[in-house]
Ligand binder design. Structure first.
Ligand code: OXD
Length: 306
């Protein structure tokens, strides 16, 4: 069995040696032009040239939770694309969002500014009832974050494309209920896959519908957010603050106003990194299951894009 790796970020060698150690029955290599077609591909942002050279694939494993980077490629229609599910990302995402929510809710920014001015002044405590949180997206990561925020005492609801009748929180579903969902929340966390129907879902209408003084956390993709609408809503006071981990262009171009905006906290796409060892363990488990003719989870539905 041949496994070919293509990692646009230059980490292919590390992935190939980790996969080779975990999968001694396979021949694993970093793809080079002219290589024979492989049985399985393990990729992060592969090129069209790589995909076109793979004429014998049984499956493509994408080493991330989001598969939007594959959407612009011509993929062989009958080959399953399998994405990572959790693989160590859920814990990181819980930490990131819980920290971001508590930091804002407990006004640590305000206290840091006061301390910088040598000011000792307690503010009146906030009430969690005034800070209902809403998660856009109720997949593996959305559910993990909802659980953490609930455990921390927040009232949490979610919005998803499909129905989640067994969820322990209210999950609004479908486009018709989206505005109702926005109206119910003040803290908005985006954890959606990026597809044509979720592009710029964080827009002026959404910000206007949130409870006044809304707080937006985007840990999904830059394409979900209309940055100009966000900056306008922050400047008008409609939104109180934003924490952003993902951007249309990464790194953010020098001089972009978002870098220095007083109400924006930003991080360089680190909310939930792919952990190579955990990812390899998951990929190898699924690859062996596929070889044995079993069904695996995390297969991307090409019609919906995630
Ligand atoms: C992912 C990411 O999709 O790192 O896993 O953003």
């Amino acid at each position: 069995m041949n496994v070919s790796c293509f990692f646009a970020d230059g980490t292919g060698l590390a992935w190939a040696s980790g996969l080779a150690a975990a999968l001694p029955e396979a021949s694993v290599s970093v793809w080079q032009e002219g290589d024979p077609p492989a049985d399985y591909a393990v990729v992060w942002k592969p090129s069209q040239g790589f995909i076109d050279a793979q004429t014998a694939l049984k499956a493509i494993f994408s080493a991330g939770a989001g598969v939007d980077a594959l959407a612009s490629l011509r993929l062989p229609g009958s080959v399953p694309v399998v994405r990572l599910e959790d693989a160590g990302m859920a814990e990181q995402m819980r930490e990131y969002v819980l920290h971001a929510v508590l930091h804002h809710y407990r006004e640590f920014d305000v206290y840091a500014a006061q301390a910088a001015d040598g000011l000792w002044a307690a503010r009146s405590p906030r009430r969690k009832a005034d800070y209902p949180a809403g998660i856009l997206g109720y997949g593996v990561l959305g559910q993990a974050v909802a659980e953490s925020l609930t455990a921390a005492g927040f009232n949490v609801v979610a919005w998803a494309r499909t129905l989640h009748p067994d969820a322990s929180i209210t999950v609004y579903s479908g486009d018709d209920s989206r505005e109702e969902f926005f109206r119910a929340v003040r803290i908005l966390v985006c954890l959606l896959p990026l597809t044509p129907s979720t592009r710029r879902i964080l827009n002026a209408a959404a910000f206007a519908a949130l409870r006044p003084g809304g707080y937006v956390i985007n840990v999904a993709r830059g394409g979900h957010l209309d940055v100009d609408a966000l900056l306008a809503a922050l400047d008008s006071g409609q939104l109180a603050a934003a924490t952003l981990d993902v951007f249309d262009e990464e790194p953010i171009p020098a001089g972009h106003p978002i870098w220095k905006h007083a109400k924006v906290r930003l991080t360089p796409h680190i909310s939930a990194a792919t952990l190579r060892d955990e990812a390899i363990e998951q990929i190898v488990g699924k690859l062996r299951a596929l070889e044995a003719g079993a069904v695996v989870t995390g297969v991307v539905a090409t019609d919906r894009g995630y």
